[in-house]
Write a protein that binds this ligand. Sequence first.
Ligand code: ZN
Ligand code: ZN
Length: 300
Amino acid sequence: MQTPQMPIATRLALGSLALAIIVLALKAVAAQLTGSVALYSDALESVVNVVTAIVALVAVRLAARPENATLPYGYYKAEYLSAVIIGVFIALAAALIFYEAYQALITARPFNADPLPIAASLVATAINAAWAFQLVRLGRREKSPALESDGKHLYTDVISSIGVLVGVILAVVTGIRLLDPILAALVALNVLWSGWDVLRHSVSGLMDVAVDPHQLTRIREVIAANADGAIEAHDIRTRQAGRMTFIEFHLVVPGAMSVEQAHQICDEIETRLREAVDEATITIHVEPEEKAKHSGIVVV
Ligand code: ZN
Ligand code: ZN
């Protein structure tokens, strides 16, 4: 079963990549011209966004591949693998920032807040804010939590960039140079936090975490509403692999029911589930009445 890939995912990943590169260039210039560690850390945060965009692009292309004899369950988990790589990269960026902040802390280094680099950083932040707004808006429209969380992550970047800018200006105005490395360390904490978030999601994906309770309830309702002729469904198990949802359960039917009839019920449930869950791979184990558990999972 080959599903056509959502072109919007590729387009957005390409857009994220292009903008991340522009933002990185602007922030690198700002960091270079000011000599500020905080602005340097802000630029490193953008490096993370560039890597994330590249890996996401590869993952989107990979996940769209059809399953084959070697990978009969498809490439959906490529997404999680790429997220682990991103998580490691983010941790590395955070370590680099901490190191630089520490260096600046023990040996005060001069920096300035000229209008040009500050303006460059402001433009970069504005680009991020606009793109974050767009991602959250599209994520809600396309019902894609991944897109929405990408956008929200970018918003936290915007907030930390604004904090850095205000801090750098304050440090120059007040002469409190310590503000610079302290702000850099705060950015590093923010970077670490987003890395943790990425890792947490990808590890639960690799561990075959079930769908969220809300969706599980929906799945049970769909089974219950479309299993006319069956007696019970039990042992429902779900797992999420990227955009694919795997659903399996036992369906109890009257022992005398023909295979043809039982199969018809299965097909009906499968069709309805696919309507409700977008992309689903469904396995149903049919068993005769005597095997009913009536353990109250889903009685249909
Ligand atoms: Zn059973
Ligand atoms: Zn069949």
